[in-house]
Design a binder for this molecule. Structure first.
Ligand code: NAD
Length: 491
């Protein structure tokens, strides 16, 4: 069989599930089409898997569990490390696949998405070697020590915005901790997860340790999370889906990690380094077409610099090139799908109906050439909306930001904390005391000061309020994917 990784992707092909170390069709033999959002052309067909495939994958994972959990830490480290290397050796192919599947600029996939996916495996490979547990000495009475045991078979479910990046962010710690995994990428962007299967085969991951099922959330995803033999669910996606998953998982007492939506504030004080703030705000607004859960979709600006910020920000946006994701000069590519394209355009119409003034963008774009049928939206900035309108409260997840002004810290905090979400927040100020005061009171899982998207994989990652439950990253992830057992020995 021809290597999957070596495909050129110029003619449509059929992707398959990866179960028990083999590529297989779904049991029902049904498929659906996956579209390249930059061209509107069919990229591949995807298995429309269901509960029968879930059953097969779970049986394979259960069979593999004793083999995997009994491997030494060094053996697990080596295999995960080789997977990381395999991804980087195929950087160009993975990046192309990710760009074709999502519409994101190829340059972004190559510089951020794929290297970070490899880094996720590399990072958790080393975690296998470093993970330690606590002991508690009861002063002459007894000694407690904690053992950390893998859970068994766990489910990892990821969204379409950062496909391999978030898929690997879950799978790598689950495997590092000694679990076997049944994973489901988004049905909208299945391609790089499909390629990953071959990298795992070549890296010597034992059959059944990682199983990758493709298909729709309401069918194969729902069957997976409801299966009684799934011990834990690590999910990243929308808040409504997270709520649905929690309602099924909680009565079965499954461990649950939910990374959900956001409506993140980006707060710019008058004493900020405005050059840096504007440069980074362009990124935090429009990188990946604004489809990053951490994007700062609400820009709050101190009133004394509001007009200055606005005109300089708009000028920079005018320099962004929206276009073919494969063109190295492109800054903003296509949004991920036709459905999402219409959703974002509807949100812009809603903003207008709510009284918003469109300062730039607000429309779809037709790109000449082979992208003329693609789903492109101009970077959009809206002002003049009330704080509590739907546009300022609900996640849009596209290249759309709003501007609001504030007069003082207290008001900035009230606006920033005034949504149901609490994933991340960004603060721009050169006053270190103000930065600490804001960081302390912002309701968010991550606060960035004078930066954005700077990540150390050891740090806890996650949201508060309706942005999620639990934390990923570093030891948090290793703890999530293990059960603690305390042993008490009387002196
Ligand atoms: P989504 O919730 O529609 O889908 C996410 C995944 O869940 C997909 O694989 C989907 O097939 C699956 N799914 C859907 N219904 C399911 C069900 N009933 N049971 C099991 N699985 C099901 O989200 P999306 O549209 O793919 O992604 C966008 C959302 O993800 C946004 O809200 C964004 O904020 C969020 N997100 C959050 C983070 C974070 O770290 N907090 C990161 C990226 C994206």
């Amino acid at each position: 069989m021809k290597s999957i990784i070596e495909r050129t992707f110029d003619t449509p092909f059929a992707i398959q599930n990866f179960i028990d170390g083999k590529f297989v069709d779904s049991v029902n033999q049904m498929n659906f089409e996956n579209i390249n959002p930059a061209t509107g052309a069919m990229l591949c067909t995807v298995p429309d898997s269901d509960e029968k495939d879930v059953q097969k994958a779970i049986l394979a994972a259960q069979k593999a569990f004793p083999v995997w959990k009994n491997k030494s830490n060094e053996e697990r480290f080596r295999i995960l490390y080789v997977i990381a290397q395999g991804i980087m050796e195929n950087l160009d192919r993975f990046a192309l696949a990710e760009s074709l599947d999502t519409g994101k600029p190829l340059s972004l996939a190559k510089s951020v998405d794929i290297p970070r996916s490899a880094q996720n495996f590399e990072f958790f490979a080393t975690a296998t070697m470093q993970f330690a547990s606590e002991s508690h000495d009861m002063e002459g009475v007894a000694l407690n020590y904690t053992l950390r045991k893998p859970l068994g078979v766990v489910a990892c479910i990821s969204p379409w915005n950062l496909p391999l990046y978030l898929f690997s962010w879950k799978i790598a710690p689950a495997l590092a901790a000694g679990n076997c995994v049944v994973a489901k990428p988004s049905e909208v962007t299945p391609l790089t997860a499909y390629l990953l299967g071959e990298i795992c085969q070549k890296a010597g991951l034992p059959d059944g340790v990682l199983n990758i099922l493709h298909g729709f959330g309401h069918r194969v995803g729902a069957a997976l999370i409801a299966h009684p033999d799934i011990k834990a669910i690590s999910f990243t996606g929308g808040t409504a889906t997270g709520k649905q998953i929690a309602s099924v998982a909680a009565p079965q007492f499954k461990k649950l990690s939910l990374e959900l939506g956001g409506k993140n504030p980006n707060i710019i004080f008058a004493d900020a380094d405005l050059d840096q703030a504007i440069q980074t705000t362009i990124q935090s607004s429009f990188r990946n077409q604004g489809q990053i859960c951490l994007c700062g979709s609400r820009i709050l600006i101190e009133s004394s610099i509001y007009e200055q910020f606005k005109s300089r920000f708009l000028e920079k946006i005018g320099q962004l090139k929206v276009g073919n994701p494969l063109d190295s000069m492109t800054n903003v590519g296509a949004v991920v799908s036709k459905n999402h394209f219409h959703k974002v355009l509807d949100c812009i119409e809603l903003a207008k109906a709510e009284g918003g003034k469109i300062l730039t963008g607000g429309n779809s774009l037709k790109i000449e050439g082979n992208c003329e049928n693609g789903y492109f939206i101009a970077p959009t900035v809206i002002e003049g909306l009330p704080q509590h309108c739907r546009t300022n409260m609900e996640e849009i997840f596209g290249p759309v930001v709003t501007l609001q002004s504030f007069d003082n810290e207290e008001e900035a905090l009230t606006i920033a904390n005034g949504t149901n979400y609490g994933l991340s927040a960004t603060v721009w100020t050169q006053d270190i005391k103000k930065a600490h005061r804001m960081a302390n009171r912002l309701e968010a899982g991550i606060v960035w000061v004078n930066t954005w998207m700077l990540r150390d994989l050891r740090t806890p990652f996650g949201g508060v309020k309706q942005s999620g439950v639990g934390r990923e990253g570093g030891w948090e992830a290793m703890r999530f994917f293990t059960d603690a057992k305390n042993v008490v020995i009387k002196y």
